[in-house]
Design a protein around this ligand. Sequence first.
Ligand code: MN
Length: 214
Amino acid sequence: MEAHYPFTLPPLPYGYDALTPELDERTLYFHHDKHFAAYVDNLNKLLKDHPQYHGWSLERLMQDWAQLPEEIRQGVRNNAGGVYNHDLYFKTLHPAPAAAPGAVLQGAVDRDFGGLQELKAALRAAALGQFGSGWAWLAADGDGRLSVRKTPNQDSPLPLVPLLGCDVWEHAYYLPYQNRRDEYFDAWWRLVDWPAVSRRYEEAAGSRALYPTP
Ligand code: MN
């Protein structure tokens, strides 16, 4: 993802049909090429006539949106979150994922949740408990402590570092699963790219300083 404006749509890191049967080709096509693309286009349109913000990072736009002019404030909040969250979503899924985190993340999961199945249960409860559109997250603080969060709309757990996010907007699952968000969650969990999440975790403590709390 670019550091700042203008943002561009990253390619899907695998084929549209690579995540079947958990996520079907049409769902991935619409989710990436239509929904994710729209967040990128909308964010660029909102910022186009505001060059003073063209140097702001995505993370800064997501955390400091309240400082923006009123006419673009809510739009930037929604669409910067949409860009960041979807970039992370697609990068942390894999057609043939390793079944477990690396040793460092696994140690933290054991310490903070009691094991991977307990983390899954906590994340599942957050995903199913998010009323309406939003996300369930695994996030790390600057000391490496893990927590599960949920956010509405395209809000983010930043300045906690988001390691893994389950998109529970209906556009992520409605074509194959309709109202069955629980089945979608279980399918999504089977696709989690644990090596990628583990790398993010190992970088998380050092990255905290890049995302200071305003
Ligand atoms: Mn989505």
